[in-house]
Design a protein around this ligand. Structure first.
Ligand code: SF4
Length: 295
C-alpha cells in the first residue's frame, strides 16, 4: 500500500520495503519509551509523561534537536514495534505512573497507532493519549484519530511560506498546519485539567520563538486569535538551542528582550492560558538519549 498519510504525499510503498521522504519504512522504530519530565506542566506533572519517541519526520527543520532520529536513521538499539509491542510499551509506562502516553513525531506511524491504541485500551490503558506533532498533517488523516487521541500537542511554527521553506523545507506548512489545528480543536476542544492540574483532554498549541523572528511569532499569535477561542492554551517556548554549525541568525539563543516582546504581544492580544518558559530552560536537557531505552 502506498503512503499518502501526510502533506508530503510521497507515495512510498512502505509495505514492500520502500522508505518514505520521512525516513519511515515498513516497521516503526522506537528510539525511546520512557518517562519524560520536560513537557508543559499539565503534561509532565510530577510523575512524568510516558513519551514514546518514533524515528522519522516529515519536515526538515535545520535546527532540529532530534536530528539523530528525525531523518529515520535507526539509532543504536532502536526497537522495532508492531501494534502489540507498542500497546505493551503504553501499558508499561502507565504502570510506572506516567500521567499520559505521549506519542512524539507520530505522523509517519499513524496506521500503527490506529491499531495500537485500541489494543492498549482493550488491555487496560486508562490514561490520556497525547499526539505530539510538528503540525504538518492532513486533516483527513487526523479524522481517523477521533476518539483515540485525548490531547493534541501540535506546533504552529510559521505563518510565512518563506520562513517555512527556509527553515523547514516546507513552503506550504501553514496551509496544512492551520487546518490541522482547527481539526484537532474540533475533536478535543479546549484544554481540560483534573483537580491536580494534569491535562485530561484538549489542545495545547506550541510555538518556538526563534532568534530574529519575533515578527513571525506575532503572525502566529494573530492567526491563533483569529481562528481559535481566546482561551486556547498556548505554549510559548524560549528553549531554542543552536546546534553546531548553524548559520546566522540561528547560531545563537533567543535574547531575553526577544522573548519578552513575544510574551508581551501574547498578553496584549488577551490570551488567558499561556505557558511561559524560563529562558534558563534553553539547554540540551530537553533532549533525552535516543539509545533505544524502553523503561
Ligand atoms: S508519512 Fe512519510 S511515507 Fe507517508 S506520505 Fe508522509 S513522508 Fe511519505
Amino acid at each position: 500500500m502506498y503512503c499518502f498519510e501526510c502533506p508530503v504525499m510521497c507515495g512510498a510503498d512502505r509495505e514492500n520495503g520502500e522508505y518514505g521522504v520521512c525516513g519511515a519504512g515498513r516497521t516503526a522504530l522506537v528510539a525511546r519509551a520512557a518517562r519524560h519530565y520536560y513537557e508543559e506542566p499539565p503534561i509532565s506533572g510530577t510523575r512524568g509523561s510516558g513519551a514514546i519517541f518514533f524515528t522519522g519526520c516529515n519536515m526538515r527543520c535545520v535546527f532540529c534537536q532530534n536530528i539523530g532520529i528525525s531523518r529515520g536513521e535507526a539509532p543504536t538499539g532502536a526497537v522495532p514495534a508492531d501494534e502489540s509491542a507498542l500497546a505493551d510499551m503504553m501499558l508499561r509506562l502507565m504502570e510506572l505512573g506516567s500521567h499520559n502516553i505521549n506519542l512524539v513525531t507520530p505522523t509517519p506511524h499513524i496506521r500503527l497507532i490506529e491499531r495500537a491504541v485500541p489494543l492498549a485500551k482493550a488491555r487496560g490503558l486508562a490514561i490520556p493519549v497525547v499526539y505530539n506533532t510538528n503540525g504538518y498533517e492532513l486533516t483527513d488523516t487526523l479524522k481517523r484519530l477521533e476518539g483515540l487521541v485525548d490531547i493534541y500537542l501540535p506546533d504552529l511554527k510559521y505563518v510565512s511560506p518563506r520562513l517555512a521553506l527556509l527553515y523547514s523545507g516546507r513552503e506550504d506548512y501553514f496551509d496544512y498546519a492551520s487546518r490541522a489545528i482547527e481539526e484537532m480543536h474540533r475533536q478535543v476542544g479546549l484544554l481540560e485539567l483534573d483537580g491536580e492540574g494534569i491535562a485530561k483532554k484538549g489542545l495545547i498549541v506550541r510555538h518556538l520563538v526563534l532568534p530574529c523572528a519575533v515578527d513571525e511569532t506575532r503572525r502566529v499569535l494573530d492567526h491563533i486569535k483569529a481562528a481559535l477561542p481566546i482561551e486556547t492554551c498556548i505554549s510559548l517556548m524560549s528553549q531554542y538551542t543552536p546546534i553546531p554549525g548553524m548559520k546566522k541568525p540561528l547560531d545563537r539563543r533567543l535574547t531575553r528582550a526577544e522573548y519578552r516582546r513575544a510574551v508581551a504581544y501574547a498578553e496584549s492580544l488577551g490570551f488567558t492560558n499561556v505557558f511561559i518558559q524560563k529562558r534558563s530552560s534553553a539547554s540540551g536537557e530537553f533532549t533525552p538519549e535516543f539509545d533505544g531505552t524502553i523503561e
